[in-house]
Write a protein that binds this ligand. Structure first.
Ligand SMILES: [Zn+2]
Length: 76
């Protein structure tokens, strides 16, 4: 998706926006990635295909990524 091609329909109609999609809550954007009892919202980059509506989300928070490697279970 980040290359501009939709992974679902193969059309180059992908657009991006930081915190472009909200899942409700306070409406401030971002998501709560839980790494401790006190967690603040992390910004998310959203990419959406205007042809089929498929979208992807990427957490863009380097400090959070470091915390996740210490507190989450690694897959694989
Ligand atoms: Zn698409």
């Amino acid at each position: 998706m980040r290359r501009g091609l939709c992974v679902k329909c193969g059309t180059p109609t992908v657009y991006r926006k930081l915190n472009g999609i909200s899942h409700g809550g306070d409406g401030g954007g971002g998501v709560y990635v839980r790494t401790s009892w006190l967690t603040s919202a992390s910004p998310v980059e959203h990419l959406i295909c205007t042809r089929c509506g498929y979208f992807e989300s990427y957490v863009v928070d380097e400090r959070k990524m470091s915390e996740i490697t210490k507190t989450w279970e690694k897959v694989g």
